[in-house]
Design a protein around this ligand. Structure first.
Ligand SMILES: O=C(O)Cc1cc(O)ccc1O
Ligand SMILES: [Fe+2]
Length: 475
């Protein structure tokens, strides 16, 4: 169910709809009528365009917004590199701290909270692929922070769109285009370039981020599902315009550019947009509003039925990044091994747990704030205890995942792990394979007497099927 009973109520107003053209003004009359770029904008504001796609991108892909603000975004000093030794979220670029490309299944214990840092310094790259300077691939971050960003600071990433998945604590996100409150079980997307400041109204925060270096997220196609279902467009919420007027104090603008941090100064607030219109904006979504679809006859469908948002590669149907969730849902499938099947995938699967328990891993090792990575063709599936339970369970209708929310970042790219992710964080579980799969027992029993198949004897005469289940649909 939707996030309704939160201790921290959402004090902000939103406009509903994803992919919609929105317009909003904090002062009546601040949006110019008809013209985007009038000779003089209302009330002496500056016109400014923010392009999220190439000018010439096809109409169906084109994303841009027009901002009407006190001073343009360019009114700042030159950027200087900052924290060059410690801040690097592009391990491919310098030949040091390179990606570890390994086929091992990995699982992490819950990542630590860190109350000593703010949002910008709480970003830890754990895995990823590609390169933001080539606008290809993705970065997967763990964040943990306990401090508000400085009152006179703003941050943006030129590298990609941030898909933020809070696991603990609320994020108050002041963006140029307005304010969003984002709590666990909600997500938020901050597109490339949009400047923002994060404060922590409930104290320490922790969660996951997928930074998408290419393209943007969209709702997945629905195909035969029809015109509604999964995440519905109207449940995504964009902010309304909200602005400050401070032109006295000095502000620091922090930029993540090519994975490195830069800082510039300006003598006015970055949050001075009085009105905007367009289809390039930050937004949030309550995962509890997801309309879950599943099997109501038999078998376990592909997890693509749980896709909230997708960012496609150039090959349609193949995602650079899918954001998939496993929400509470009813399982009713007959004659079915209900947890995920054992499998190997050409796509890589990074999973995290926000709360509760994931139905493929009931053995206890996959915990809230923890994560796992099953890379390209790395074999995985339910742990031994889940297999045991699910193969013997009475198949009555059953609600799984009550109070639970797991998610997956799935990518067509081979995902590398950073030095921090593999070693420095000290969270990788040494016994993941042993606990999950190496303890699986063979259950195979040759039928006696066994049958000749294709004229080849398997060594024991007889017929197969005597002990097999008669499928319910043939009886
Ligand atoms: O590996 C996982 O747990 C994710 C997953 C879930 C599912 O229901 C089917 C396939 C799959 O990869
Ligand atoms: Fe999987």
């Amino acid at each position: 169910m939707p996030v309704t009973q939160f201790e921290l109520p959402d004090k902000y107003q939103y406009q509903n709809g994803l992919g919609s053209y929105h317009e909003t003004e904090a002062v009546e009359g601040a949006l110019p009528v008809a013209a985007n770029n009038p000779q003089k904008a209302p009330y002496g504001l500056y016109n400014e365009k923010l392009s999220g796609t190439a000018f010439t991108a096809p109409r169906c892909e084109n994303q841009q917004s027009w901002l009407y603000r006190v001073l343009p975004a360019s009114a700042h000093s030159p950027f200087e590199p900052r924290e060059t030794d410690s801040f690097n979220t592009n391990p491919g670029d310098h030949g040091r701290d390179r990606w570890h490309q390994i086929p091992n299944q990995l699982r992490w214990d819950p990542f630590d909270l860190d109350e000593t840092v703010d949002w910008v310094h709480g970003l830890k790259l754990v895995a990823g692929a590609g390169d933001p300077t080539m606008k290809c691939g993705l970065g997967i971050f763990i964040y943990a922070a306990g401090k508000d960003m400085d009152a006179h600071q703003a941050f943006y990433s030129a590298d990609g769109d941030f898909l933020i998945v809070p696991q603990h604590g609320a994020l108050d996100v002041q963006t140029e285009l307005g304010k969003l409150l984002v709590r666990p079980n909600e997500i938020c997307i901050i597109p490339r370039g949009i400047r923002y400041r994060i404060t922590l109204p409930e104290g320490p925060v922790r969660g996951f981020i997928l930074e998408l270096y290419q393209g943007h997220f969209h709702l997945p196609e629905l195909g035969p599902i029809g015109s509604n279902g999964l995440a519905n467009a109207r449940d995504f919420q964009a902010p309304i315009a909200a602005f400050d007027e401070d032109t006295e104090n000095e502000y620091t603008l922090l930029a993540k550019f090519g994975g490195h941090l830069f800082a510039a100064k300006q003598k006015h607030t970055p949050f001075d947009v009085v009105a905007w219109h367009g289809n390039y904006y930050p937004y949030k979504y309550d995962l509890g509003r997801f309309n879950t679809i599943g099997s109501i006859s038999y078998d376990h469908p592909d997890p693509s039925i749980f896709t909230v948002l997708t960012a496609q590669s150039n090959h349609p149907g193949t995602a650079v990044a899918d954001f998939v969730i496993f929400p509470p849902r009813w399982l009713v499938a007959e004659d079915t091994f209900r947890p995920p099947w054992y499998h190997r995938n050409t796509m890589s699967e990074f999973m995290g747990l926000i709360q509760g328990q994931y139905d493929a891993k009931t053995g206890g090792g996959f915990q809230p704030a923890g994560a796992s990575l099953h890379n390209v063709m790395s074999a995985h599936g339910p742990d031994a205890s889940t297999h045991e339970k699910a193969s013997n369970a009475e198949l009555k209708p059953m609600k799984v995942g009550e109070g639970s929310m797991a998610f997956m970042f799935e990518s067509c790219l081979m995902v590398g792990v950073t030095e921090w992710g593999l070693k420095k964080c000290a969270k990788v579980q040494a016994d993941y394979n042993a606990e999950s799969w190496e303890s699986l027992k063979p259950h195979f029993r040759r039928p006696t007497p066994a049958k000749l198949v294709n004229g080849t004897s398997n060594g024991v005469p007889g017929s197969i099927g005597d002990q097999g289940q008669v499928p319910h649909w043939t009886s």
